[in-house]
Design a protein around this ligand. Structure first.
Ligand SMILES: Cc1cc2nc3c(=O)[nH]c(=O)nc-3n(C[C@H](O)[C@H](O)[C@H](O)COP(=O)(O)OP(=O)(O)OC[C@H]3O[C@@H](n4cnc5c(N)ncnc54)[C@H](O)[C@@H]3O)c2cc1C
Length: 441
């Protein structure tokens, strides 16, 4: 059997990614360019010109944040959702810094801080927006440190819509750069698009944009990991994924809260359904995953992600997995196996103990050109295989000449991934051939 699935599409290409970045930059910079062309920097005090520019650029970037956070496939595909979210976070901080600079520079330029005690309502809207924005950014940076639940944080994070509304009203009334017709039209357009995307993400998608599925089997994979299989609820085919991709899964279980979490689709994308997720008990939500019942309802959104071998035309593959990080890799191995792909591949799979190894029987049954090496960091005394952490010598020894033409796919705990990226670079693997998925967005 040799079935090619999911040919890459035009929006997977680097050119599309570059075009998106260009359009994003233009959209963000346009208000600044318009404002400075109407009111040149040379015609006003420098601090005032920079202060106004900081406000305009910062708020444009903020209005574009909804586009980055909307999980559009055409933005996810060229970059991967994790990279898009890293960019979203960076731009949020940058926009916040600019918006914070805006009143400070204006006050310095006027030589008076009366702006901060001014009580006219449009100015107060601006002050409230600034305060809420700072709180949102501080929370985004520190919610894990203060042990805030992820879903509580996400709920509060959506409150940024208030910042947009307050900030828009403030700038529209007070901003003398936004009194020109062209500028007003652009500002309204950017605001309206931002609001529509917010509504799309938070109202339309939850109501209509997720496919209804139900759990068709629950099986124990190891002492702390379970595989759930899903079938369509309404007879529609489940969305086709690329091996290695993930979806957002919302399990609706009686007596338990329904939250959406990202999980890799561990099944092969070809062949018969069902589609599966393999989930480790690790926190508030996942610790009860084994209590899921056949017939439980769920909603899925996706697939997402660029972490798939079909996106890279490699001659050979090195897969490195740690713990439950095997899930995208097993999907790729199953795909290689199911398609009769004979390109050589090596999997180096690290775990603490033998009982942590997932899919052990299946991995031992892989054809000869898919070599599997298990490494244990805390093995029992009778373990015969490699011990310790995956290290340079082991990779060199197990891959021999394969590494020269290989693309490497890496997924595991954060510390291991950082170490592996360093090690692979030391071994001469170019950054563009190292692909990884982090289990955090
Ligand atoms: C692309 C991707 C693929 C993943 N694939 C798998 C997989 O195949 N198998 C597996 O076991 N795990 C996978 N994970 C990890 C899994 O999503 C988290 O373990 C799970 O969400 C933790 O939830 P919790 O409430 O049990 O744990 P908690 O202890 O509450 O959360 C631990 C961390 O998980 C993240 N997290 C929690 N809730 C959410 C949420 N609703 N949405 C997004 N992130 C959240 C946060 O970073 C949080 O700090 C994947 C994660 C990502 C990003």
């Amino acid at each position: 059997m040799n079935i090619a699935i999911n040919k890459t599409t035009w929006y997977d290409s680097k050119m599309w990614g570059s075009l998106l970045l260009l359009v994003y930059t233009l959209l963000a910079m346009l208000p600044l360019a318009l404002a400075y062309s109407l009111n040149p920097v040379s015609g006003q005090p420098l601090l005032q010109a920079i202060g106004k520019g900081a406000g305009l650029l910062g708020f444009s970037l903020l209005m574009l944040q909804f586009t980055l956070g909307a999980r559009f496939h055409w933005i996810d595909q060229p970059y991967g959702l994790d990279q898009v979210m890293i960019f979203h976070k960076g731009m949020g901080i940058f926009a916040g810094a600019l918006i914070l600079l805006h009143p400070v520079l204006l006050a310095l330029s006027h030589g008076s801080w009366s702006l901060f005690v001014n009580t006219s309502w449009p100015i107060n809207f601006g002050k409230a927006a600034l305060l809420l924005l700072v709180l949102t950014i501080v929370l985004a940076l520190f919610f894990k440190k203060i042990h805030m639940d992820y879903n509580t944080w996400r709920f509060i994070h959506k409150g940024v819509i208030l910042v947009i509304i307050l900030g828009f009203v403030h700038s529209f009334i007070v901003g003398d750069d936004i009194q020109n017709t062209g500028m007003r039209a652009y500002w309204i357009a950017l605001f309206t698009i931002g609001i529509l995307i917010f509504l799309f993400r938070n109202v339309y998608v939850p109501l209509f944009g997720r496919q209804r599925v139900q759990v068709s089997s629950v099986s124990r994979e190891s002492h702390d990991t379970w595989t759930l299989a899903f079938e369509s609820k309404n007879g529609n085919a489940l969305p086709q994924h690329r091996p290695g991709q993930f979806w957002f899964l919302k399990l609706i279980r009686p007596g338990r809260s329904s939250e959406q979490h990202p999980f890799t689709i561990s099944s092969s994308p070809i062949g018969e359904p069902p589609m599966t997720c393999t989930i480790k008990e690790s926190g508030n939500f996942t610790e009860t995953i084994g209590k899921t019942q056949i017939g439980d309802q769920a909603r899925i959104e996706g697939p997402f992600g660029r972490f798939s071998l079909v996106n890279y035309p490699a001659k050979s593959f090195l897969f490195i997995a740690g713990g439950v990080g095997i899930t995208p890799i097993i999907s790729m191995l199953r795909y290689l196996h199911d398609t009769g792909d004979t390109r050589p591949a090596v999997l180096i799979y690290g775990n603490k103990k033998e009982e942590d190894i997932l899919f052990r029987d299946e991995l031992s049954d892989m054809p000869e050109h898919l070599k599997v090496v298990h490494v244990l960091s805390e093995p029992d005394s009778n373990w015969q295989g490699p011990k310790g952490h995956i290290a340079t010598d082991l990779i060199r020894q197990e891959t021999e000449n394969l590494l020269e033409k290989a693309d490497v796919f890496l997924c595991g705990p954060p510390v291991m991934m950082d170490k592996m990226i360093e090690t692979l670079k030391e071994l001469g693997v170019a950054g563009r051939h190292i692909h990884y998925e982090r289990f955090s967005i």
